[in-house]
Design a protein around this ligand. Structure first.
Ligand code: LMR
Length: 391
């Protein structure tokens, strides 16, 4: 039977991890997969998480099953950060834990499909795994241009897509720090998007995987909150991979906003059934650590300070890149206005290969770079390499 399988290429982004590791040039630079790095190139465990893990080891007295919804203490503790003071919006929002943000996106799309969504709209480019999940579920989808060539968001495209859709159709939006472009909607644009969603009845699915890494925890939730204030129903996929540094522990959450508690309960009974069939129950450890961080004011402060340091470092890298301006054929100036870990450079796949071969600089084939892979020690080498390869 197995001989009927066709070989699949490895995930291009994840393959970069191994390619970079196998390169023995000491000054190689990893701008591939999206992990935060310090200015020494490390991805340490957050100090707040380390302390929470220590407490967890001491206090945890059972590893018995929790159920498909996972650690509800974790799910509820996150809610004020995502949704604001009235975190349940009068009992209209509830959530469940998922294996990473990927699990949350998968569950959101599978539940939308089960609820009869006929078509999904998504700005492109997007995180490559969005398309893989959509394909795996067999969803009908339509792409629209997320960005203009000058590095700004294409607001006309998203608004006309929303207005042209309507009830029964969904749209997948990035809450902040758009992956891969780093190009986010402004507050004014989010207000327009929220109005268009409310008027058309198009169903919003908002993927928030980088809260706190753009402009701050509150600022990065503003777009999502603007939408939720206007629409009757929405799904939110949330990841703690980056903003708690829990990558391999797979910590995420899926939230549903419904018009009333009956609909919310029914929707969750479906989400629980889908989760049970897919992964049964999410992994516990990382979510339990986040719960401990968020229930202890000192650890919460420590976490927020660590997040501020990360964001400020990435901002400094972006400022330095933007100052370089026109570099070879690439204008680096727009990167200063973009947010989060990623930006896309207008380079060909041959130029990406050449960056790798000639300079030991690893970036995704799409031209996406993880700016957190740059430090004040290697940024000049990167800028010089871009100038040489594209000049
Ligand atoms: C990325 O885009 O690099 C991250 O979200 C990691 C992943 O799973 O793709």
């Amino acid at each position: 039977m197995l001989e009927t399988l066709a070989p699949q290429s490895p995930d291009a982004l994840l393959a970069l991890i191994k390619l970079h590791a196998a390169d023995d040039r000491p000054d190689k630079i990893d701008l591939g997969v999206g992990v935060y790095r310090t200015d020494r190139g490390a991805t340490p465990v957050f100090a707040a998480i380390k302390e929470a893990e220590r407490q967890l080891v001491e206090s945890q007295d059972s590893k018995s099953y929790l159920g498909p919804e996972g650690d509800m203490g974790f799910v509820n503790a996150l809610m004020p950060y995502i949704f604001g003071e009235d975190a349940t919006m009068g009992g209209r929002i509830a959530g469940m834990q998922t294996p990473g943000g990927t699990g949350a996106v998968r569950l959101a799309l599978a539940l939308a499909q089960q609820a009869g969504m006929t078509r999904l709209h998504m700005g492109t480019p997007s995180w490559p795994n969005h398309a893989q999940i959509i394909g795996d579920l067999g969803l009908d989808w339509n792409g629209f241009d997320h960005a203009n060539s000058d590095g700004t968001a294409n607001i006309d495209a998203v608004l006309s897509t929303i207005r042209g859709a309507g009830p029964g159709e969904g749209i997948l939006l990035h809450g902040c720090c758009h992956n891969p472009t780093g190009i986010d909607y402004s507050d004014e644009e989010w207000a327009q998007i929220a109005d268009a969603l409310a008027e058309s009845g198009t169903f919003p699915i908002i993927d928030t995987a980088y809260q706190g890494l753009g402009h701050g925890l509150e600022e990065d939730a503003a777009g999502l909150r603007a939408v939720l204030a206007k629409v009757p129903e929405a799904f939110i996929a949330y990841s703690c991979d980056k903003n708690f540094g829990l990558y391999r522990d797979r910590v995420g959450a899926f939230y549903i906003m419904a018009e009333g508690s009956d609909t919310l309960d029914t929707a969750f009974s479906n989400a629980n059934a889908l989760a049970r069939a897919a992964w049964s129950m999410p992994p516990d450890h990382g979510a339990a650590a986040v719960r401990l961080v968020l229930r202890d004011s000192k650890l919460t402060q420590l976490w927020q300070d660590e997040l501020d340091t990360m964001r400020e470092r990435m901002r400094a890298v972006r400022t330095r890149l933007a100052e370089a301006g026109m570099t070879g054929s690439v204008d680096l100036a727009p990167l200063g206005r973009q947010n989060g870990l990623f930006s896309v450079l207008p380079v060909s796949s041959e130029q990406v290969q050449q960056m790798r071969k000639d300079h030991g600089i690893y970036m995704a084939g799409s031209g996406r770079i993880n700016v957190a892979g740059l430090t004040m020690d290697n940024i000049d080498k990167f800028i010089a390499a871009i100038a040489e390869v594209t000049g």
